[in-house]
Design a protein around this ligand. Structure first.
Ligand SMILES: Nc1ncnc2c1ncn2[C@@H]1O[C@H](COP(=O)(O)OP(=O)(O)OP(=O)(O)O)[C@@H](O)[C@H]1O
Ligand SMILES: [Mg+2]
Length: 508
């Protein structure tokens, strides 16, 4: 019998928003189907309906001709559906094989857990996909990428026919993405039905066969991934042509004096880091994941202890014992991991945006100036097009990309004079249209004289936005490139080479 997955008129609403407005489409076996759409378009909601996490108000899910209803996630799993998210799902305290068999432990005739069988079967899957994992590794000790592999092994062991990925690469290094794609190709060869959600266009073109585009909870268009052009996809998603994002940016062209300087800075993970940032300048930090970019800005921000070197702000030596010291001096930091480090998920959009300026809004009074707080949140919602019915919505209920925008929204306030803005992977999980708006907002900050430090693993992005680029490898700066001399090749050479190259660029 022909295998397929079909959604028919699936509807799902939340208070104040219709997340799915009657979605219908079909995905076939042995193919990878991309779900594409702006932040809040309904992609994750559809996957949650499919995995039994959410109950639709209307509509059907049909698998190979049979209409299915999932009362619980367990139901969906038993029907052969697995969804792999970017966040960790495995149990960190358990071993790889215990996770792979979780909910379904094999027993011996005497009723003991059959460890031998677990180990053997797990090893078989490891060998099949050629994974750098051991059955008895503790999952909590594995990297994010390897934990994700455990999830995939789990779905493979259960013999899931339908495997969906929701932004699986957002925390992976390039070589880890290569491995993930090998796995997906293998699953495809076995005739699985695969759904793939990502905002990264290059990935869609590389791994997907079919594309469905979502807009505001509706399925608007289908494309053949092998023949469609990127700008066709973008205009289907955003409903307009956004052109070449970087060439149309209105950039700052005049830089001021050196605002921030690091001299021989080091922490437990980085060594001898020296760089300069001028007022109104955007400097980028490029490098492979694990090169020490986040550690560099953490050390700068007082989040990690400096073991060597000095930091100068406006020519004056500063010592930040904690992030609070850095914030007081006008350094703002948007961290990479929005859930762990940034966002208070169960608080509202309004509360999350006003966090850094609470003291200022109070102005010494014990009462909060509600009107002021509301104005701040409204401005941020507009500036970053945060998609939320009201500022009173809890952040946990926003789509992934919109949560990221709330973090950025914290740094819009006039109440908080920011001198240096540090952005660590600020566009992770953000759709193309909003990305363009965020780049312009960053350039506008620069025009006001703010110095920007921008970290990104996406080369075209860090190339497009930065006035100067520092490249890191293994905890060191291996070179500095000026905007006009930097190319993807020159960055990659510095990111991977053994030899230091400190020439080029003004800031050393
Ligand atoms: N648990 C929830 N409670 C209330 N509203 C929700 C909840 N989950 C999602 N929504 C809303 O449903 C809409 C669709 O969200 P969804 O997470 O499906 O978007 P998405 O396409 O995955 O976006 P992104 O690319 O940003 O991850 C959004 O407006 C979101 O705020
Ligand atoms: Mg999502």
């Amino acid at each position: 019998m022909e295998k397929y997955l079909e959604f028919k008129n699936v509807k799902k609403s939340f208070p104040g928003v219709m997340a799915l407005k009657g979605v219908s489409f079909r995905a076939d076996a042995g193919r990878v189907m991309a779900l594409l759409g702006e932040n809040g378009a309904g992609k994750s909601t559809l996957l949650k309906v499919m995995s039994g996490d959410l109950q639709p108000e209307e509509g059907e899910i049909i698998i190979s001709g049979e209409s299915k209803k999932f009362a619980s996630p367990r139901d969906a799993i038993d029907t052969g559906i697995s969804v792999i998210y970017q966040e960790r799902q495995s149990v960190p305290e358990l071993s790889v094989m215990e996770n792979v068999f979780s909910g379904d432990l094999p027993l011996t005739k005497l009723g003991f857990i059959d460890k031998k069988k677990m180990r053997e079967e797990t090893q078989k899957i490891i060998d099949k996909f050629d994974l750098p994992i051991h059955p008895s590794d503790k999952v909590g000790m594995l990297s994010v990428a390897h934990q994700q592999m455990v999830e995939i092994m789990k779905s493979y062991r259960r013999n899931s026919e339908i495997i969906a990925f929701d932004e699986p690469t957002s925390s992976l290094a390039d070589h880890e993405v290569v491995k993930l794609f090998e796995l997906i190709r293998e699953l495809k060869k076995e005739g699985k039905i695969i759904l793939y959600v990502s905002h990264r266009m290059a990935e869609i073109f590389e791994i997907c066969d079919d594309i469905v585009v979502f807009k505001d909870g509706a399925h608007v268009k289908d494309f053949d991934a092998h023949s469609v052009k990127e700008d066709e996809l973008i205009s289907a998603m955003v409903g307009r042509d956004i052109g070449d994002v970087f060439s149309t940016l209105s950039r700052n062209t005049k830089f001021g004096d050196v605002l921030l300087e690091a001299k021989g800075m080091g922490s437990s993970k980085i060594h001898n880091i020296s760089f300069q940032l001028r007022a109104g300048e955007v400097i980028g930090f490029a490098g492979l994941v694990g090169a020490g970019r986040t550690e560099t800005v953490r050390a700068l921000f007082g989040a990690d202890k400096l073991t060597e070197g000095e930091i100068y702000l406006e020519g004056k030596k500063v010592i930040f014992k904690s992030p609070a010291d850095a914030i007081r001096e006008g350094i703002a930091f948007c961290p990479e991991d929005r859930k762990a480090q940034g966002l208070i998920l169960h608080s509202t959009v309004r509360e999350n945006i006003s966090v850094p300026v609470l003291k200022k809004i109070r102005g010494g009074s014990v009462f909060l100036n509600r009107a002021e707080e509301k104005k701040l949140a409204d401005t941020a919602v507009e500036k970053y097009s945060i998609k939320t019915p009201t500022i009173e919505k809890k952040c946990v209920e926003l789509s992934g990309g919109n949560q990221q925008k709330v973090i950025l929204g914290r740094w819009t306030s006039e109440k908080m004079p920011v001198k240096v803005l540090i952005l660590d992977e600020p566009t992770k999980g953000i759709d193309v249209g909003t990305k363009a708006e965020i780049y312009q907002t960053i350039c506008n900050f620069a025009k006001e004289g703010i110095g920007i430090i921008f970290i990104s693993s996406e080369l075209p992005e860090v190339l497009g936005i930065s006035d100067r680029l520092y490249v890191m490898r293994e905890g060191h700066i291996t070179g500095c490139l000026d905007r006009n001399e930097a190319t993807e090749e020159s960055i990659l050479t510095l990111a991977m080479s053994d030899t230091d190259n400190q020439n080029g660029g003004e800031g050393k």
